[in-house]
Design a protein around this ligand. Structure first.
Ligand code: FAD
Length: 464
């Protein structure tokens, strides 16, 4: 494999035990560059491999539905590792502390972990790196072009990162190799693996035992693969135009699995590339899946204030400041927004779709973010409400794509100045009439009504 997918994050003294792979972003046994990288280190050193995951009951913004989806996937993963004869350990508690404990008790030769640009994950890496004695490698198994290879600066917009990504694709968009043969774990090391069972682990997460499962997204690698096959086998046809119509199922619907790392974007790209879809559909899908998605990781890595207004470009901060005192046409409380109780049925329907299914349509996400700017007293409040609601209700929330998408909607990140108007200043604007020009709003409302049992409202204030 291409070892540029990983980098040595912390130097150290190799111990005499196995290589330890600490999984926390890419929850899959297949198509996982971190696992392949760890296996390759183990093979080169003639060591065995142990995989560890640690459930953190205090994981930022995670609720019982998120944990349910994660734990269901982990159970499947555990069975798959067992079948492959790779020891897998589940821990519960503060991940850096628990992983350091395990690495030292196993006298790990090296610790390999998933790259993740989010703040708490950068902190985890630093804490582990400072406390373990062995070398620590981070591997980017989420992106096709490793984030730290694609660019060493915060990219201004898709136009600036696209040529860098396209130049590197021939090197990195390669088929996945098989796992190399691994040495079995020695009896001494095996004795040091902590005993655990799901019965012990589940009650440690508040609300988990009673959390309901999504009717729309089934957790796990197998379900992710079926969804990908269905999409590349048919759904991808027409993607270039249909993806912008919220009344259709024109998107892939893969984001929950991609977010939880149960599906590799590289696998999705490889399958899309050989599908029978038209070239324009493949191109549009690969642009979102690779360029837009990798731009989001680039943004969060280089702007650790990715969820605050300070991450907006200077022109956007200035224009929003100039319009800070503009009268807002409507002001809604957080609760009214969360409950989808605005005057705008399309917005309410989108909010309801997110609450009911765990995912809002991509086109409505843009409109949803823009309207929050108009209906809250300040950009700071809009930013904070949008992040809170998206992270709480979306299965694919708490993700760089979400932080970049919200910063784009509200703060002009990855965008350019547009014609000046009230409240928004030069931030790109969207309105209800624009939705009507783009797609059949009534058909979208009917779709949401049918899944909501009639809750979505049908009237609109036409003055908006
Ligand atoms: C306000 C706002 C909030 C958003 N919140 C999230 C979020 O919480 N999680 C999330 O994954 N995406 C988010 N997005 C980006 C985008 O809307 C979703 O990725 C997409 O709708 C997911 O549905 P899909 O998998 O069916 O997408 P498809 O259109 O089928 O695209 C396939 C994959 O490409 C990637 N992708 C597509 N569009 C984008 C984009 N604009 N930016 C980055 N990656 C993209 C995603 O990984 C997606 O799963 C947000 C966008 C906005 C404007």
């Amino acid at each position: 494999m291409n070892m540029r997918r990983g980098r040595l994050a912390f130097q150290g003294q190799e111990g005499g035990g196995p290589v330890l792979y600490w999984m926390h972003r890419d929850h899959r046994t297949r198509d996982n560059w971190s696992l392949l990288y760890a296996a390759s280190l183990a093979e080169g050193r003639e060591r065995s491999l142990v995989v560890v995951h640690c459930l953190d009951p205090d994981y930022p913004q995670a609720n019982a539905s998120h944990f349910r989806f994660l734990v269901d996937g982990l159970m499947e993963l555990h069975a798959d590792f067992k079948a492959a004869n790779i020891p897998f350990v589940e821990l519960l508690g503060d991940p850096p502390a628990r992983v350091v404990q395990l690495a030292s008790s196993l006298d790990a030769a090296a610790l390999v972990t998933d790259f993740d640009p989010l703040r708490h994950k950068r902190r985890w890496l630093a804490q582990v790196g400072e406390a373990v004695t062995c070398p620590v490698h981070e591997v980017d198994a989420r992106n096709i072009i490793p984030c730290f290879v694609a660019s060493d600066k915060c990219e201004y917009m898709a136009r600036t990162i696209r040529p860098k990504i396209h130049r590197l694709l021939p090197e990195f968009l390669e088929p996945f190799p098989a796992l190399p043969p691994l040495r079995p774990l020695g009896a001494d090391s095996a004795k040091k693996l902590p005993e655990w069972s799901w019965e012990q682990v589940e009650p440690g997460i508040p609300g988990l035992p009673d959390a309901s499962r999504s009717r729309y997204f089934v957790s796990g690698e197998a379900a992710a693969r079926s969804a990908l096959d269905a999409f590349t086998g048919g759904g991808l046809r027409g993607y270039a135009t249909n993806r912008n119509d919220p009344s259709l199922d024109g998107q892939s619907g893969l984001s929950p699995w991609l977010h939880f790392g149960m599906l590799s974007a590289q696998r999705a790209a490889l399958e899309a590339a050989v599908s029978r879809a038209e070239a324009a559909d493949k191109e549009a899908f690969l642009e979102e899946l690779i360029v837009r998605r990798e731009l989001a990781d680039n943004f969060c890595l280089h702007r650790q204030d990715y969820d605050q207004t300070s991450c907006y470009p200077e022109w956007a901060r200035k224009t929003l400041e100039r319009h800070a005192d503009d009268p807002r046409p409507y002001i809604y409380t957080r609760q009214q927004l969360e409950d989808g109780e605005t005057h705008d049925p399309a917005w309410n329907a989108a909010q309801l779709e997110m609450r009911l299914t765990g995912k809002m349509h991509g086109y409505m996400r843009m409109y949803w973010g823009k309207k929050i700017v108009e209906w809250t007293p300040s950009a700071e409040e809009a930013q904070s409400v949008a992040v809170e609601l998206n992270d709480r209700w979306s299965l694919d929330g708490r993700d760089p794509n979400g932080y970049a998408g919200i910063a784009w909607s509200i703060g002009g990140v990855h965008d350019r100045p547009w014609i000046e108007r009230p409240v928004f200043g030069q931030i790109r604007y969207m309105n209800y009439k624009g939705l009507e020009r783009k797609f059949g709003v009534e058909a979208f409302l009917k779709k949401i009504q049918s899944i909501s049992g009639g809750k979505a409202r049908n009237s609109i204030d036409k003055e908006d």
